[in-house]
Design a protein around this ligand. Structure first.
Ligand code: WT7
Length: 649
């Protein structure tokens, strides 16, 4: 836990009971918990039946070969049909699907009928380019409607998308395109961010030039009006290819376990993991949780999730969950403070947003900037507020409810992961009495526990490791191309219980308080980063001999990347420590992406190591956070850490 000490978190005693008026009209009631407790699989089968099945399933779960689950496996569905055509066929084609807002202020309103038509055409375009069931398509786009259209078009064909966050580097694209052996890439000539157009196509060009596998086509959306290089035969403009494609496309049913997407996320080694999700179970849990956690009334609500499509939150709660539910939503291209610091609140006022879902890091930076900025706008349309991505400290939670929610709007803190695919722990507005700082209770149909190292339940008022004890519909089905790593990472510690990598505490009521990662994974602004991955990026630079990275607590971003490096005496002889630090910060951004750029890099002579040669990151974290240094008795040379402390201060 970064911004608050665990102690003060666990002494948080404010409670917010649901407003009876909210409860009276709420989508979810307490009976959901009872139904799920009485018959967990029956409960999920019922949720799945809310979707359209081309062929109904007869078996809910096959868990005969753990950890490889099959949900609804003899059923067939089309994910895109569920998100589009069925709403049009039900007479809701004129309902707005997307209120898209570009950063410079241009906007587009797209109805379900229009989105369906675009996706059909895009599916034909991709099919013309040779994309079919099971093929991988990489998507590297800004937050523009074509990102949603691309994902749904790939899904419509039974193909697999791998969205790469637009802030990632050419090197990250290369690694992802190669690992998944993508056949086609969809990108843009640029996107708007912080008042400028940032390029994307050139990163794809560089990635493909270095890749060992081959991509047949690159489809380029025009957005930034940037100059781009062109490879004849490989590259095509989106608008040209779309114009040539047929408008009609009939959605075919695919098996429930047909893969839907791969999304790469950082683990404890240097290599990102390609988390694999499939269709029927994923869509069931994404849509169910979206409906009940946010109390969605699709006819009247305007929902806005601020996540980028490049992260799992964008997949489950901007694309699949809301669209499967026929929601009207806002999609915003740019940054919260461009062109002015009230931009987000202006958007909420403009579209009358009723449900808002964002990350604690954003809330904390708004707190810092001052309440007068949001208070200058009419935010009275808001009726549910959600938080995701990292633990939310009680102060930020209360500020969110008071300032953004006018003191009455329920706040739900939702815990989940790329791997879980959908929300696993959250309050239900209208049902749960909320506690600032706690994610609280498992969703109906989800089984959570907190265990000690030996796998024993810790009991109330105790802390340990968070596990999921029963398979769930939207669970990851594996790591792309690496079944061993899948078993090893999640299923080796507690057998058939899923080990999430998070520490958690159970309070006297049995509610869950998340305490952050227990492995070498950092959480910076709600984004997951691996210490090892950044260390490998640092040592790939010729002037670096050794590197150690830690996540130090940061008031705004939760954690921040802090690196300690030993330079090579020969190669770095003409480089000052300040120069080296600047050079290496840029190098990490280039290798991974700007989000991984260390806040600070300290050049040191030695790193603190145990007798077995393991770097003691705990001590480096003490240094980085300006704390008293902890127990140093296991160090080979205990003076090393004092030297480092002196260098840093
Ligand atoms: C890790 C997963 C879930 C989408 C965004 C991040 C942390 C996430 C919470 C929360 C405390 C949280 C965990 C988790 N996390 N939500 N509400 N409270 N911690 O997805 O990149 O896969 O990261 O984010 O540490 O393991 P991700």
């Amino acid at each position: 836990m970064s911004t608050t000490s665990i102690d003060s978190l666990l002494h948080e005693e404010r409670r917010f009971a649901p407003d009876p008026a909210f409860t009276a009209q709420a989508v979810a009631g307490p009976e959901l918990y009872e139904q799920a407790r009485a018959d967990r699989l029956g409960f999920w089968a019922e949720q799945a039946r809310a979707l359209h099945w081309h062929r109904p399933f007869t078996e809910t779960l096959d868990w005969s070969n753990p950890p490889f689950a099959r949900w609804f496996h003899d059923g067939e569905l089309n994910v895109a049909y569920n998100c589009l055509d069925r709403h049009v066929e039900a007479g809701n084609g004129d309902r707005v699907a997307l209120h898209w807002e570009g950063e410079p202020g241009d906007s587009r309103t797209i109805t379900y009928a229009e989105l369906t038509a675009e996706v059909k055409r895009a599916a034909n375009m991709l099919a013309n380019l040779g994309v079919g069931q099971g093929d991988r398509v990489a998507i590297y786009l800004p937050m523009i409607p074509e990102a949603v259209v691309s994902m749904l078009a790939v899904a419509r064909l039974g193909a697999i998308h791998s969205v790469v966050f637009g802030g990632f580097s050419a090197e990250s694209i290369r690694a992802r395109v190669e690992d998944a052996d993508a056949k086609l890439v969809i990108t843009a000539d640029g996107g708007w961010r912080k008042g400028r157009v940032f390029p994307l196509k050139n990163a794809v060009d560089a990635a493909l030039a270095a890749a060992e596998t081959s991509v047949e086509h690159v489809v380029v959306v025009r957005r930034g009006e940037n100059e781009v290089e062109w490879e004849e035969g490989r590259d095509l403009w989106w608008h040209d290819a779309m114009a040539q494609a047929e408008p009609e496309h009939e959605a075919q049913g695919f098996e429930a376990e047909n893969p839907l997407f791969i999304l790469y996320t950082s683990g404890t080694t240097g290599k990102p993991k390609g988390i694999l999700h499939t269709s029927g179970g994923y869509l069931t849990q994404a849509s169910f949780t979206h409906r009940v956690v946010f109390d969605l009334k699709p006819e009247t609500d305007v929902y806005w999730c601020t996540a980028d499509v490049g992260w799992v939150t964008g997949h489950s709660y901007m694309v699949y969950g809301p669209l499967a539910n026929g929601a009207t939503q806002v999609m915003y291209e740019g940054t919260p403070d461009t062109p002015h610091p009230g931009r987000w609140w202006e958007i909420i006022q403009k579209y009358g947003v009723t449900i808002f879902y964002t990350a604690p890091t954003a809330i904390r930076s708004f707190m810092k900037a001052g309440r007068e900025i949001p208070l200058a706008y009419d935010l009275s349309s808001l009726r549910v507020l959600g938080s995701v991505g990292e633990p939310i400290n009680p102060e930020a939670w209360v500020w969110y409810r008071e300032i953004i929610g006018g003191g009455t709007t329920p706040v739900v803190d939702t815990w989940w992961q790329t791997e879980t695919g959908a929300i696993m722990i959250s309050a239900l507005p209208g049902v749960t009495t909320t506690k600032p700082g706690s994610a609280q209770v498992p969703m109906p149909g989800i089984s959570i526990d907190v265990l000690d190292e030996d796998g024993t339940h810790v009991g109330k008022e105790a802390g340990g490791l968070l596990v999921v004890t029963e398979p769930w519909p939207s669970m990851l089905r594996g790591i792309w191309g690496d079944p061993e790593r899948f078993q090893e990472t999640y299923w080796s510690k507690f057998g058939d219980k899923y080990f999430a990598g998070d520490g958690a505490h159970l309070d006297a009521d049995g509610d869950v308080w998340l305490l952050g990662r227990v492995d070498d994974v950092m959480n910076v602004s709600g984004h997951r980063l691996s210490t090892m991955e950044i260390e490998s990026a640092l040592v790939s630079h010729p002037i670096v001999a050794e590197a150690a990275v830690v996540g130090a607590s940061d008031e705004t971003t939760g954690q921040a990347v802090v690196a300690f490096v030993i330079l090579r005496s020969k190669k770095a002889k003409d480089v000052s420590a300040t120069e080296a630090s600047q050079l290496l910060r840029a190098h990490v951004a280039e290798q991974i992406g700007a989000i991984a750029r260390p806040r600070e890099i300290f050049v040191v002579a030695e790193l603190p190591k145990t007798r077995s040669g393991k770097i003691m990151r705990r001590l480096l974290r003490d240094v980085a956070e300006g704390r008293e240094i902890g127990d140093t008795t296991t160090l080979t040379d205990s003076t090393v850490i004092n030297v480092i402390t002196d260098t840093v201060r």
